[in-house]
Design a protein around this ligand. Structure first.
Ligand code: NAP
Length: 460
């Protein structure tokens, strides 16, 4: 083994360890930042190791790619707002899938029929998964960016057609493995993969996209692992497998937190009129409360729990809630935050926003931790959350969200809901919490209401 190869393999080995430690770090908010740095450093080592590879004959195009990629990456990191993070991630996965598929195509063009069965199998996987990820992620991006309508796009016989399409792609893949020289099989498989990616994601509602994105992330990872097998590159195999595994586990965890199965997310067209079913929630009169009343209630409470949801993210109200909390704490009020695992539109959405506003991690409580505290909570303040506090999920077994764990704010002594009007949550269901005697509604944009509450509390 030459010194150059040794250096490359050594950098891959250290990078792989750093990826694993990075993932481990990401499993807790306290260590997440360090985990991210470790993974970034691992990626830097892997890139440097690859640049030392003896097969590289010219660096010009690599430098062009590096500059273009870094410019786009830095621009996206700096200017894409937190609320647009799901679609940003979808776009990154689309590029990841495309890169894997293109490497597969170039390898096939270069070596074609001389590839052995093993390499053709690896290339086939790479192109199949890379193609699906590319177009699937682009559709996910278009839905989240509202370039396409967010509701599921459905038609009769959709699932059967999708299944037939996927089965055809797999049959052609097997035919290609048996006859690696038949380029027509290769291109037919590429075309079917691209088409399947579009048709797979079209029937999925925009709000289910985070689960789909995690799943596509997992496909992109597996495509990279297949690339690693095709190119004989160890770090790609390890990183791709880690990516594939973690993406899959994340999608399962999100499904669990919504009490839905992965098949229901992929094939259930949740959010369409037929899938949502009849509304089971009761209608009634909402009790509107004044800002002054809420400010007084909060200022003289012993314990206040904030429960943020998607509305806090759209209103960008994280700093305003932190400011209100600071005023309350200075008056001796105990403040906690109840975080539902699928509040918002992506995993960890609330944690990231609150961290951005410097809310201490120690004040963030998970659903299982905060629910037992609800009966001793004087005021639960719901900030733009709806489904994650909907008691129908607990009380009505016929509800479309039955069984989804909720933050039980209705068990608190008093509930204040900050929302703009009578808008429903992602599930499209009415929420009986809003009509309970314990609940008062403070209408308006969450950020404005919180800022005005903070000012009112400071003057009391
Ligand atoms: P939600 O059910 O979507 O409800 C959001 C509420 O915020 C709405 O009722 C809306 O009412 C209010 N709102 C919107 N903009 C606002 C503003 N500027 N100021 C004040 N209020 C505002 O949100 P959630 O309770 O967080 O539930 C999340 C949903 O997304 C769940 O159903 C979950 O299953 C789903 N989901 C989450 C993930 C994830 O990873 N987090 C993934 C997939 C699906 P108004 O219009 O009346 O203001």
């Amino acid at each position: 083994m030459s010194a150059q190869t040794l250096l490359t393999e050594l950098s891959y080995f250290i990078a792989s360890i750093l990826f694993i430690l990075g993932l481990r770090g990401l499993s807790h908010p306290d260590t997440a930042r360090r985990g991210m740095f470790m993974a970034e450093f691992g990626m830097l080592l892997a890139v440097i190791g690859t640049l030392l590879h003896r097969d590289i004959v010219s660096y010009e195009w690599i430098i062009v790619g590096l500059l273009a990629g870094s410019t786009i990456g830095v621009a996206m990191g700096l200017w894409v707002p937190m609320t647009a993070m799901p679609q940003r991630t979808a776009l990154s996965h689309a590029f990841g899938g495309l890169a894997a598929a293109l490497v597969g195509v170039s390898e096939f063009l270069r070596h074609g029929e001389h590839l052995g069965t093993f390499k053709v199998t690896a290339l086939g996987f790479e192109v199949l998964l890379g193609g699906i990820t590319f177009t699937g992620s682009l559709v996910a991006f278009a839905k989240l960016q509202e370039l396409l309508k967010g509701q599921p796009i459905t038609y009769k016989g959709q699932n059967v057609l999708n299944f037939l399409l996927f089965a055809s792609a797999v049959v052609i893949f097997i035919a290609l493995v048996l006859n690696p020289g038949h380029t027509v099989f290769f291109y037919a498989m590429c075309a079917l993969a691209l088409l399947f990616g579009v048709l797979l994601v079209l029937p999925i509602g925009a709000a289910d996209m985070p689960v789909v994105i995690a799943l596509l992330n997992s496909y992109a990872g597996l495509a990279s692992a297949a690339t690693g097998f095709a190119l004989g590159n160890n770090v790609l195999i390890i990183a791709g497998t880690l990516d594939g595994g973690s993406g899959f586990i994340l999608s399962i965890l999100m499904c669990k937190a919504m009490n839905r199965s992965i098949t229901n997310v992929l094939f259930g067209a949740f959010g369409s009129a037929s899938a949502a079913g009849p509304e089971t929630g009761e209608e009634g009169v909402m009790r509107e409360v004044s800002l002054e009343d809420v400010a007084t209630q909060l200022a003289y409470a012993r314990k206040v729990v904030f429960v943020p949801g998607y509305g806090m993210a759209t209103a960008q109200a994280q700093n305003a809630v932190r400011e209100l909390a600071t005023h309350l704490e200075s008056r001796g009020v105990e403040v906690k935050y109840g975080i539902h695992p699928v509040a918002g539109r992506m995993p960890g959405h609330m944690n990231v926003l609150l961290a951005e506003a410097n809310v201490p991690y120690s004040q963030l409580y998970e659903l299982e931790q905060i629910n037992p505290e609800m009966p001793t909570t004087d005021v639960a303040v719901v900030i733009g959350a709806n489904d994650v506090v909907n008691p129908e999920a607990r009380d009505n077994p016929k509800s479309a969200i039955a069984g989804m764990p909720i933050i039980e704010v209705d068990r608190a002594k008093s509930v204040i809901v900050l929302k703009r009007g009578r808008g429903k949550g992602f599930s499209g269901l009415e929420n009986p919490l809003f009509f309970k005697p314990v609940t008062g509604l403070l209408f308006g944009d969450a950020k404005t209401s919180l800022a005005r509450l903070a000012a009112a509390v400071s003057e009391l």
